[in-house]
Design a protein around this ligand. Structure first.
Ligand code: NBG
Length: 818
């Protein structure tokens, strides 16, 4: 940790701010729009990061430090301004400075449109990781794509999801530093020339090219001078447009090529957990990977000492999206630099590492040979050769033909295609899953053959979340309570939260803790009112399920619980007064093409409308589904939650990170033994966690025995009642057809065992109610959740990667002399 420079006074900061507004943006304070003010504040803060950034870069260059290059197609960053203020220590200064100019700081902060350059957990994890890498002084670059349109904006029309383009750059972004002069050319298509089959160099003559323009984003560490780089690439046409065609009057044709090229970084694929097999997506992947490899090698290997690459760079492949980097590095070494094949392969394999983020077989990316060969003909050749050599080794070890086919990087049917997860595994020195259970299932199931062959390659790194954004910034009330209780060091060393444990038994501390939660709930109540026109009471239990909408995550199970409560009250089996007042909060986007997920959204909204209108349930049960769940909203929902819903079918959620954020903010989890829930429960203790449901082996056994959801339906009156009510049209104005697809899916298919886990879930909810009735015991458990989840800091995840995978050292920036 190095000392940070003295802070400016509010007066001098106000002068910098005015100077920025006037002389850089050309706007006076009198006429400035809210966006002008936001831009000016962002730029003013950014100036305070730049010196640290240069010092970081020059220290690393001088030392020839090993660099971690994180390759990720997604970074779900969230808003930047407050995080930059936190890192620079300028929050209070800026607040005072703006006040002295008669400007409301909070209004300015609220202008920021978050860069939604990711879908969900995978992209948010990448954002937490770049934050931790900077905080730990690790030389690192995050590489990705500067999508012009991020994840769609979700609206509801008649309760159904409607997507709108996320035009996040419409009013500019004060955070990016574009460098068109540093553009890199990336090729596609064309032909390959030279000797074939020798493993020697060949010449790829691309059919067309596009320019990759880097945009730098500064990534400040917390409590350090170090500032790292996030470099996002934007596509620009090589030739702007055809002037002859333009002059001849065919304006559309004149810009056609330009439009085609620039489409590459136009929009983020809004898919989560399923690969979208589109040509443009493969173009995006190769585009950012090729530019990043060139950039990093040019920067760190000025001496062209190829054998030193593994000691100078560690490439981390965030899922399979960047895996085309493996054949790309081979191509650069063999074709462009004349390195012999075997030597190039050894260098490549020692440089790459692969993180898998899924367990769903359908989510493992494959690219048809036809498409890959057309778009990247030389890469396909290289992949074939890698595969041939790999299969020879297998055969040499006496593998059966069946096993050879199972493990081949090339799948033969239903069509010839490249299995990217296999290519990643063959071409990497480490392969990791993202929670203990997930890594175990990768070894035992998904990549079983490979883990038998190379057991030493497989490891686990459990995910983590940054305490800066998700505790310090999101929960100021709890933060100051923690500062008082354990000192301020927890922001960089989250294990210090352990010091809170004894206070769980201190009634006055519990009182203060409850007051913080109550204030956070009040803050959320006001936000839901102003943002969404949703009215809820702050006195209820806040039961929160926030994550992408996916059948395996089982929002459906939560809906069935709500419908069951309603149905039992209607039938007179349950007195409304006996229900613990509860607000059930959902936040979820569905992939635009995922029909069943969108039906479930419609059902949640329909159930919400009916339940909210039911006079019997006033003040007892409420469903709140604010549209457009994103990082900004998450930062408000998480600190207000009492109950965290982590109810995926065991063996399907790789890790989860929302589960960590909620526990760390003092919500109790109701959950299955899935993903990182397992580790959360181990740490917080069984008494402070509501466990229910089938385990992974049990779920497997149920499936293997020929799962019959109908039998669960027949056997359980409550379940029958809930499903009947949905089927009857009670939530669709009497129209039975509306939710018929959901009902018949549940009764006949139910791929994710919702009905099998229903009874255990409803019973666990009854335990939740009983526990919530004792505020002291509940607060004690909540405090213990906070105290015992310091393990889930992304700083710890990064340290694990450093120990187990990257072997890079911290390099604190040295302030330059003069
Ligand atoms: C997601 C998993 C989550 C996990 C995040 C981050 C994908 C493909 N995977 O369980 O579903 O927490 O990755 O590792 O988005």
């Amino acid at each position: 940790m190095t000392s940070t420079p003295a802070l400016p006074s509010a007066e001098s900061f106000a002068a910098e701010f005015r100077d920025q507004l006037l002389h850089e943006q050309g706007v006076s304070l009198r006429t400035a729009t809210p966006t002008d003010l936001y831009t000016a504040l962002g730029r003013t803060v950014r100036r305070h990061l730049v010196d640290g950034w240069f010092d970081t870069l020059s220290t690393q260059l001088d030392r020839r430090s090993k660099v971690v290059a994180y390759l990720s197609a997604e970074y779900l960053l969230g808003r930047q301004l407050e995080n930059a203020l936190l890192a620079t220590g300028l929050t209070d200064v800026a607040r005072d400075a703006l006040a002295s100019l008669g400007v409301s700081f909070d209004d300015v902060v609220d202008q920021e449109v978050e860069p939604g350059l990711g879908n969900g957990g995978l992209g948010r994890l990448a954002a937490c990781f770049v934050d931790s890498l900077a905080t730990l002084d690790i030389p690192a670059v995050g590489y990705g794509i500067r999508y012009e349109y991020g994840i769609f904006r979700q609206t509801f029309v008649d309760g159904r999801q409607v997507e709108q383009a996320d035009d996040w750059l419409a009013l500019g972004s004060p955070w990016e530093l574009p460098h068109p002069e540093m553009a890199v050319t990336v090729g596609f298509g064309g032909t390959v020339e030279g000797d074939h089959g020798t493993g020697g160099p060949r010449r790829w003559v691309p059919g067309w090219t596009v320019e990759a323009v880097p945009y730098n984003y500064l990534v400040p560490g917390y409590g350090t001078r170090n500032v790292n780089t996030l470099r996002l690439w934007s596509a620009r046409a090589t030739k702007a447009f055809n002037l002859q065609t333009f002059n001849a009057g065919d304006y559309e044709a004149a810009v056609r090529g330009q439009t085609y090229a620039e489409n590459i970084s136009k929009v983020l694929y809004p898919e989560d957990s399923t690969p979208q097999g589109k040509e443009l997506r493969l173009q995006q992947q190769y585009f950012f990977v090729a530019a990043s490899l060139r950039d990093l090698l040019d920067r760190t290997l000025d001496d062209q000492d190829w054998d030193a690459i593994p000691d100078r760079v560690a490439f981390q492949l965030n899922d399979t999206h960047p895996v085309i980097a493996i054949p790309e590095l081979m191509r650069l070494l063999v074709d462009d630099h004349g390195v012999a094949w075997d030597r190039a392969w050894d260098i490549t394999r020692r440089t790459f590492n692969y993180t898998c983020h899924t367990l769903l077989p359908e989510a493992l990316e494959i690219w048809s040979v036809e498409l890959l060969g057309r778009l990247l003909p030389r890469h396909l050749e290289i992949i074939y050769r890698i595969n041939e050599e790999f299969l020879d080794v297998l055969r040499g070890q006496g593998a059966s033909e069946l096993q050879v086919r199972r493990m081949s990087i090339i799948q033969e049917s239903p069509e010839r295609a490249v299995r990217m997860a296999f290519l990643a595994t063959v071409g990497s020195s480490h392969v990791n899953g993202v929670a203990e259970l997930h890594s175990q299932l990768l070894r035992d199931v998904v990549l079983h053959d490979f883990s038998q062959l190379w057991p030493e390659r497989f490891t686990n790194v459990t995910n983590g979340v940054t305490p800066r954004r998700f505790l310090r910034l999101a929960n100021p009330g709890l933060s100051s309570l923690l500062d008082d209780a354990v000192g301020t060091g927890w922001v960089r060393d989250l294990d210090l939260l352990r010091g809170l444990e004894p206070l769980a038994d201190d009634p006055s501390f519990r009182e203060r803790f409850r007051a913080v939660k109550a204030a956070n709930k009040q803050r959320l109540v006001e936000l839901l009112q102003s943002r969404d026109g949703i009215t809820v009471s702050p006195d209820a239990m806040f039961d929160v399920m926030i994550k992408r909408l996916h059948e395996y995550k089982r929002q459906m199970l939560k809906v069935l619980h709500v419908v069951t409560l309603y149905d039992r009250v209607l039938r007179g089996e349950l007195r409304a007064e006996d229900i613990t007042p509860r607000v059930v909060v959902f936040g979820a986007k569905a992939a635009p093409g995922y029909k069943m997920a969108k039906e479930i959204i419609a059902l949640i909204n329909a159930v919400g409308t009916v339940v909210d209108a039911a006079p019997e349930l006033q003040g007892r049960l409420r469903v709140a589904f604010p549209a457009n769940y994103n990082v900004t909203l998450a930062e408000k929902l998480i600190p207000a939650a009492d109950l965290s819903e982590q109810i995926s079918l065991a063996g399907k959620e790789a890790s989860g990170t929302g589960n960590m954020k909620l526990a760390l903010n003092g919500a109790l989890t109701i959950g299955t033994l899935d993903g990182a829930n397992v580790e959360i429960r181990d740490l917080v203790g069984d008494d402070n966690f509501f466990l229910f449901g089938l385990t992974e082996p049990e779920a497997q056994a149920v499936q293997d025995a020929g799962y019959d959801p109908g039998s669960y339906y027949e056997a359980d009156a409550d379940l029958r009642g809930a499903i009947e009510l949905i089927a009857s049209g009670a939530f669709s104005g009497g129209d039975r057809a509306v939710f018929e697809p959901i009902v018949s899916d549940l009764l006949w298919k139910d791929r994710f065992l919702v009905l099998a886990d229903y009874r255990a879930y409803v019973d666990a909810q009854a335990r939740v109610e009983a526990a919530y009735a004792d505020p002291d015991a509940w607060s004690r458990s909540a405090i213990l959740n906070v105290a015992r989840t310091g393990f889930f800091s992304s700083d710890r995840s990064i340290r694990d990667y450093l120990d187990r995978v990257w072997r890079a050292d911290a390099v604190p920036a040295e302030p330059r002399v003069g």
